[in-house]
Design a protein around this ligand. Structure first.
Ligand SMILES: Nc1ncnc2c1ncn2[C@@H]1O[C@H](COP(=O)(O)OP(=O)(O)OP(=O)(O)O)[C@@H](O)[C@H]1O
Ligand SMILES: [Mg+2]
Length: 390
C-alpha cells in the first residue's frame, strides 16, 4: 500500500472533527512513524550493511533526560506531555508555552514556568547558553559551529563554509531558480563524513509541494561517487498536506531527531501552504501569526537539537510584482526576521546566482553556481571569473 493510500485510509478511519483532533491519537510514536515520516526505501540487509560504512557515527549532543526528572512534573502532567509528543526536557524546551499550556490543559503561567525550568536544566547541563555570557564565550562556541557543504564551493564560500548548524538558512527565489535542487544536494552532502563536507548525519525533509524526488537523490549520489542506497535510507521524508499538518510534523520532530540522529531539517517550502490557505486581506493577520509561530519553532529546533535548518521560500509573483519589488520573498517580515541567514537565488542564462541578504555577519555579495547531474555545482572554469559579483 502506498504512503498516500495509507494516509487516506487512516483519515477515513478518523472520527469527524478538526484536523487536530484527527491527529490526536497519532501521538504514539509507533503509529506516527509511517504516518508523518516516510523513509524512502525499506532497509534490506545488504543496504544496512552498506549503511554502516557511511551512516552517522556521531550522536548530536542532545539531552534525552525524561521530563519527570524536572521538579514539579508529576505522573499526570508527564502523561499529558507524553501524549503531546513531549518526552524529554529538550522536547519541552523547544515548545512554546502556549503549546505546553494546551498539552497539559493549564494556564499560560504554569506552562511558562515549565518551559523555563526545562531551559534552566539544559543550561545547567551546558546544552544551552546561560542568559548572560561574555562575548569571548560566544566566540568560542561559534567556532564550534558545524557546517554542511552545499556541494558548490562558490556557494559554500558565500555562506562562509556551508550551511550552519543551530541556525535557519532560508533560500528564496522564483520558480526554477534551484531551491529544491539545493535541498536535494544537501540531503546527500549532510550524510558524508566531515572531511567530505558533511556531518555524518541524517536529514528530515518536510515536503510541502510534493517535489521531493528519490530518483534525483540517486542521480546526485551516483554523480558524486556515493552509493545511493545508504543515502536514501538516511533521508526521512515527511509530506505535509496543509499548514496544520506541517506544524504537527515539526512538533513531532524530537523523537525522530534522537532515533535517526538528524543533523539537518529541510522545509521545502516553508510558506507555500500558508499562502495557499490564507487568501485575502482579512486572513493576513492569522496567517502571519501562524507563520510566525512556525518560523520560531524552526529556530528553536535548530538551536536546541543542535542541527541545521534549511527553509525555502518563493518571491512575490504577479499581480503584486507589478507594483512591488519582484525580488521580495513571500512571508513578509515574519520570515525575514526569523531566518538567521537569507540567500536570494535567481537565474542568469544557464547559471544561477545566489546573493547573501540580511546576514548578521556575512558581507552582501553574490556567487555563481549551476544545476547539473551533481545537483548543484560550480560553473565550468570559463565562467567562474564571475564568481563574486557584488
Ligand atoms: N538532473 C538535472 N540536471 C540539471 N538540471 C536539473 C536537473 N533536474 C532539475 N534541473 C533543473 O532544476 C530546475 C528546477 O529547479 P528547482 O526545482 O530547484 O526550482 P525551485 O527553485 O525549487 O522552483 P519552485 O519555486 O517552483 O519550487 C529546472 O528548471 C532544471 O533546469
Ligand atoms: Mg521547489
Amino acid at each position: 500500500m502506498s504512503f498516500l493510500e495509507l494516509n487516506v485510509q487512516r483519515r477515513k478511519s478518523q472520527p469527524s472533527g478538526s484536523l487536530k483532533a484527527a491527529f490526536k491519537n497519532l501521538n504514539n510514536p509507533a503509529t506516527m512513524v509511517p504516518f508523518l515520516f516516510k523513509v524512502p526505501r525499506e532497509k534490506d540487509e545488504q543496504s544496512k550493511e552498506a549503511e554502516s560504512n557511511t551512516s552517522p557515527k556521531v550522536s548530536p549532543p542532545v539531552s534525552d533526560i525524561e521530563i519527570d526528572e524536572l521538579e514539579g512534573i508529576g505522573p499526570a502532567t508527564k502523561e499529558k506531555l507524553n501524549n503531546a509528543g513531549i518526552l524529554t526536557v529538550t522536547d519541552l524546551a523547544v515548545k512554546s508555552p502556549s503549546e505546553v499550556a494546551e498539552a497539559i490543559g493549564s494556564d499560560l503561567a504554569r506552562a511558562v514556568e515549565l518551559c523555563g525550568k526545562a531551559r534552566i536544566k539544559l543550561v545547567e547541563l551546558h546544552y544551552l547558553d546561560d542568559d548572560f555570557v561574555p562575548a569571548s564565550e560566544i566566540y568560542k562556541k561559534r567556532k564550534a559551529i558545524e557546517r554542511i557543504s552545499t556541494g558548490s564551493k562558490n556557494l559554500d564560500d558565500l555562506l562562509a563554509g556551508g550551511i550552519e548548524s543551530q541556525a535557519v538558512t532560508e533560500f528564496y527565489g522564483e520558480f526554477g531558480s534551484g531551491k529544491t535542487q539545493i535541498c536535494h544536494t544537501l540531503c546527500v552532502m549532510v550524510q558524508q563524513p566531515k572531511e567530505q563536507g558533511g556531518l555524518s548525519g541524517t536529514v528530515v525533509y518536510i515536503d510541502t509541494e510534493n517535489t521531493f524526488r528519490p530518483e534525483r537523490i540517486v542521480g546526485i549520489a551516483q554523480a558524486r561517487g556515493y552509493d545511493p542506497d545508504p543515502v536514501l535510507n538516511g533521508i526521512i521524508v515527511a509530506k505535509a498536506y496543509n499548514s496544520s499538518h506541517q506544524e504537527l510534523i515539526l512538533g513531532e520532530l524530537g523523537a525522530r531527531v534522537r532515533e535517526f540522529r538528524v543533523r539537518l531539517v529541510i522545509v521545502d517550502s516553508a510558506v507555500a501552504h500558508y499562502r495557499a490557505e490564507f487568501l485575502g486581506r482579512g486572513t493576513l493577520s492569522e496567517r502571519q501569526q501562524r507563520l510566525n509561530k512556525f518560523m520560531h519553532a524552526l529556530v528553536r529546533t535548530a538551536e536546541i537539537y543542535n542541527l541545521a535548518v534549511v527553509a525555502t521560500n518563493q518571491v512575490q509573483s504577479s499581480p503584486d510584482t507589478f507594483f512591488g519589488d519582484p525580488t521580495k520573498a513571500t512571508g513578509g517580515h515574519v520570515v525575514a526576521h526569523t531566518s538567521t541567514y537569507r540567500v536570494y537565488v535567481r537565474k542568469t542564462g544557464k547559471n544561477r546566482v545566489a546573493r547573501m541578504v540580511d546576514s548578521p555577519y556575512h558581507p552582501e555579495r553574490e556567487a555563481l553556481f549551476v544545476l547539473d547531474e551533481k545537483g548543484i555545482d560550480d560553473p565550468p572554469e570559463e565562467s567562474s571569473s564571475r564568481r563574486r559579483v557584488t
